[in-house]
Design a protein around this ligand. Structure first.
Ligand code: SAJ
Length: 440
């Protein structure tokens, strides 16, 4: 199949890089977004997303004339749906009692599919990229597209292909990562492979649409469960007087063991969300996945406990949070466990302020962020190190000591070498490192 014209619906973290990459590889692309502000920003050559290299790529795509931005889809050879699938709270009855957990909100996927219907022609390809519960392509998207009078897998091709790129490295990973393409039939998978072969240099593997949906959810769930066990190990290490960081490092010398890192919890819009799509789809089959989610969601409580053990009563204590982002070296605060730590501290009566090097001088969920590290540290009594950002890694204890009288550090990410900081007069309490707790 040859593709001359492509329509990408959703110009977010995935859709915009994808649309621009196709355009710089010679395909005519209509990039569509329902958000008028996003459309205007892009039409003016500006970019609303912070991702290394993206601005240059988008500008090149626009300048080539291959990328045009619009509010409505138009006829094309292929359509890619890359809209968000956020989650909403819902209550579902379990065997023993009613359990409440987040469920996928497919309203954007549904609207995007509906918007394609009037433009769908015989021989077209439609690909869903949005992370979705198993069977969404077959059971939700196909019936909507078939309102056109055309049949999926007969008159047009329909496939699911998950994105797997890491925020911060999207442009490189989009091209280099292996790509799974799942079709509602073999011809659909083949058509999707031909489309992505335009720029993907990694292997492109054909499978069924539902398998591809499962693959995406399994990848992120595996990571969530692995982090949950690391977090649980950190709790055990504290109780038994062990340094979990050393223990994990030693365990990982085993050739078939790879335990991830404990921390203040799991954030972001992927790993902290996607496992719920499996729980929602089959609550009776997913006790482990649900428990792992809960373990990771509870982790901020353990960081706050560490502060409480070090400081005593938290009421009125002046605590500075270093880092609010969901992970190192990104400016993304979605589902960030650091924000939850801040919220719990405020609830306990502490006077909290934060310094986030990638987002300064704003108030985030009631937590004021300082414009500089120095102004954040000034007047504080304790430092909670919550994100392993490079600028924090590079800080010397002497620099911090010159900015504040605070000498108490709670390090949730094992960033500051305790001996070095102790030698400079700091009392460092690391998450997952056994000291006898007062309630033991
Ligand atoms: N985290 C830990 N310990 C670790 C690793 C991560 O606590 O050892 C935390 C991070 O601090 C962060 C969260 O987990 O809060 C998630 O971070 P991440 O780097 O694991 O993942 P994301 O959400 O930025 O990107 C993931 C990636 N999936 C996998 O690695 C399996 C990416 O490839 C996906 O494209 C992306 O989800 C997505 O869009 O689904």
């Amino acid at each position: 199949m040859t593709f001359h014209k492509l329509c990408v619906l959703g110009l977010g973290y995935i859709g915009l890089p994808t649309a621009s990459t196709f355009a710089t590889h010679g395909i005519k692309v209509i990039g569509v977004d329902v958000n008028r502000r996003v459309v205007h920003t892009l039409q003016n050559g500006e970019v609303h997303i912070h991702e290394p290299g993206l601005r240059t790529l988008v500008q090149a795509a626009l300048k080539s004339g291959n990328l045009v931005i619009a509010e409505q889809p138009a006829e094309a050879d292929a359509f890619i749906i890359a809209v968000p699938t956020p989650f909403k709270k819902t209550a579902v009855s379990g065997q023993r009692s009613a359990i409440s957990f987040p469920a996928a909100d497919l309203s954007y996927v549904i609207s995007a599919a509906e918007a394609i219907v009037p433009h769908l022609r015989r021989g077209n390809l439609v690909v869903l990229e949005s992370t979705s519960p198993p069977r969404t392509t077959e059971d939700v998207v196909a019936p909507i597209l078939e309102r056109s009078g055309l049949k999926a897998g007969v008159d047009f091709h329909l496939a699911y292909s998950p994105e797997r790129v890491l925020p911060g490295q999207i442009l490189r990973e989009l091209i280099e990562n292996a790509r799974v393409v799942g079709g509602v039939d073999a011809a659909s998978a083949r058509a999707a492979r031909e489309l992505y072969a335009t720029f993907v240099r990694g292997e492109i593997i054909e499978t069924t649409a539902t398998t591809a949906e499962m693959v995406k959810l399994m990848e992120n769930t595996y990571r969530d469960v692995n982090i949950a066990i690391a977090n649980e190990f950190s709790r055990l290490a504290e109780r038994f007087g062990v340094d979990v960081w050393e223990a994990i490092d030693l365990a990982n010398r085993h050739p078939r063991v790879n335990i991830l890192r404990p921390g203040p919890g799991v954030g972001g819009h992927c790993i902290s969300v996607d496992p719920w799509f499996l729980v929602e789809a089959a609550p009776d089959l997913t006790p482990l996945i649900r428990t792992a989610r809960q373990v990771n969601d509870e982790q901020p409580v353990y960081v706050v406990d560490l502060l409480r053990r070090a400081l005593g009563d938290l009421n009125g204590r002046r605590i500075v949070l270093l880092g609010l982002a969901y992970k190192p070296d990104v400016d993304d605060l979605r589902e960030s466990p650091a924000l939850e730590v801040g919220r719990l501290l405020v609830e306990a009566g502490a006077q909290v302020k934060a310094y986030e090097p990638y987002k300064q001088n704003v108030r985030i969920e009631g937590i004021p962020t300082a414009p500089t590290l120095e102004s954040a540290l000034r007047g504080s009594e304790a430092i909670a190190l919550l994100v392993a950002h490079t600028p924090f890694r590079e800080l010397a204890p002497e620099t911090v000591a010159a900015m504040t009288d605070a000498r108490l550090v709670v390090d949730a990410v094992n960033l500051w070498p305790p001996d070095v900081w102790a030698a400079a007069g700091f009392d460092v309490h690391r998450l997952g490192v056994g000291r006898q707790t007062t309630d033991d």
